[in-house]
Design a protein around this ligand. Structure first.
Ligand SMILES: [Zn+2]
Length: 497
């Protein structure tokens, strides 16, 4: 992109140009835990990810040049080294633009995905969908394919609505007689997909909108779907729809609107309730630390780890109570409205991994007493190197959740050729209050609800939240193959656990 065009896209207040992508390196992972502990205001992406590579450990973060200077002064270079990777700034010049106007004409023109195109057909999807286009794409899908849409009950701080849909192979007009009093058939939806909870993770809503568009198009036109080197038959399309998919493409519209307007890598929602006057970064809650899963981390976790933050200026600020935010309450409402949901994926970027339960500590299947509801272990959860506490998961559940992650990532790799790694969500560092863990924990708390296997899918490359146009298209191909495989595997493993 020409420089002039770039400046047209980035408003004067953009701060992304002062943001550097860095990697901390250390022989000993506990040194990196110490970095997180003493710098919990830094931006570590969706969660701090410590990876082992070639005899050392690495931790990615986004920092300003001032923060980098402070870090360099405070860290002992014999223990922790810092690599500065300037690719974020270089990539910034090639960042895919955000759409202007409304390509779906207020719902008159239906979106069409990449998988349903004829072999060799040249397709230009155009820029990333803006927030209004996500709403009009949903209207257009309802009009074109006659599917059920819903408005979640809780409006955002800025008064925006959160909309979702149901793709289950049935048309509204076919369902007459089968509906309950409220007009919805609510007993046959087993899959739940969401995206856009972290505002800056560009392309997440697009991945989902285009996938659903493909499914509905292929269903109607009796075709299959092809994503890169992965192809699925028409029968498989029918099968996937029969599992019943509930989808919300944009769960945090306030945050996404703010990020798209300012290109400032905004992650949280826009609730100012805990904001510190004069500090713009203290607006908003990290919605993916706000779910009722060990939310009050200072009580539940070992003091040596920070699975979230109590500081409103942190990217991981947990809010004022579990489900304090309308956006997270909308997630909770979906499980009540569609009580048979048993598989859930929250779509994020940017890492290239599919995370399965649990995210608070290392899994174990030997001691059911070591579980998140047992107060005897309060203050002990989190450290992954110790054996003081590990989170209980039954052998069968562990096998199932890992099998699904292996199959889905294998399909994504086969489609696009880049790496996606299946792994337990805790990795080498814990999180609290996340959507996937909360979804799985519901049944552990109350055996009368349907057990949900919850996942976090991280598309894209480490800390690269704004894809180039080329990466944007590749992400759609990779994730859409992953979604097909995920639902097919879910059916095979079982829609009831
Ligand atoms: Zn995220």
């Amino acid at each position: 992109m020409k420089t002039a065009a770039l400046f047209a896209l980035l408003p004067a207040c953009a701060v992304a140009s002062d943001i550097l992508s860095i990697a901390f390196r250390a022989k000993d992972a506990t040194e990196l835990h110490r970095v997180i502990r003493s710098n919990n205001h830094l931006d570590y992406g969706c969660k701090p990810v410590i990876v082992r590579s070639e005899g050392e450990h690495k931790l990615h973060a986004l920092v300003s040049s001032d923060q980098l200077a402070t870090l360099k002064r405070s860290l002992d270079p014999s223990l922790v080294q810092i690599d500065t990777m300037d690719h974020i700034n270089k990539r910034q010049e090639a960042t895919a633009p955000i759409g202007k106007g409304d390509r779906f004409k207020g719902g008159k023109v239906a979106p069409r995905g990449l998988g349903s195109r004829k072999r060799g057909e040249q397709v230009n999807l155009g820029p990333i969908l803006n927030v209004d286009e996500v709403y009009s794409a949903m209207k257009a899908l309802e009009k074109e394919y006659d599917i059920d849409m819903f408005t979640a009950p809780f409006k955002t701080y800025e008064g925006q609505i959160v909309v979702g849909g149901v793709a289950d192979g049935d048309k509204k007009k076919d369902k007459k007689g089968k509906k309950d009093k409220k007009g919805k058939k609510k007993d046959a939806q087993h899959i739940f997909f969401t995206s856009g909870i972290h505002a800056r993770e560009r392309g997440g809503p697009d991945n989902l909108i285009y996938f659903i568009s493909d499914l509905l198009y292929a269903n109607e036109h009796r075709t299959g779907l092809t994503y890169g080197k992965k192809s699925y038959t028409h029968a498989q399309v029918k099968k996937v729809l029969s599992a019943g998919i509930v989808f919300i493409p944009l769960t945090n519209p306030d945050g996404v609107r703010h990020d798209q307007a300012n290109s400032n890598l905004w992650r949280k929602n826009r609730n100012p309730a805990s904001a510190i006057p004069g500090n713009d970064l203290s607006v908003g809650v990290d919605l993916n630390r706000n779910f009722d899963f060990l939310w009050n981390f200072t009580k539940y976790f070992d003091p040596s780890v920070d699975p979230a933050s109590t500081n409103p200026a942190s990217q991981a600020f947990y809010g004022t109570a579990p489900f304090s935010e309308p956006e997270t309450r909308n997630y909770r409402w979906v499980y009540d409205a569609f009580p048979k949901i048993s598989w859930f994926v929250d779509i994020h970027s940017a890492a290239g991994t599919l995370l399965y339960s649990w995210g608070d500590d290392v899994n174990q299947s030997n001691d059911p007493k070591q579980n998140l509801f047992n107060p005897a272990y309060d203050g002990k959860r989190g450290p992954v190197e110790d054996s003081v506490y590990k989170e209980y998961i039954s052998e069968e559940d562990w096998y199932n959740v890992a099998l699904q992650a292996n199959r889905t990532t294998a399909a994504m790799v086969a489609a696009g050729g880049r790496e996606y790694i299946p792994q337990q969500a805790v990795g080498l560092y814990p999180t609290s209050g996340a959507s996937d863990d909360w979804a799985f924990s519901r049944w552990h708390k109350d055996k009368s609800v349907t057990k949900v296997y919850g996942y976090t899918l991280e598309f894209g490359y480490a800390t690269n939240f704004y894809p180039t146009s080329e990466e944007y298209v590749q992400n759609i191909i990779d994730t859409n193959a992953g979604f097909m495989e995920f639902v097919l595997s879910a059916i095979e493993i079982g829609l009831k656990h």
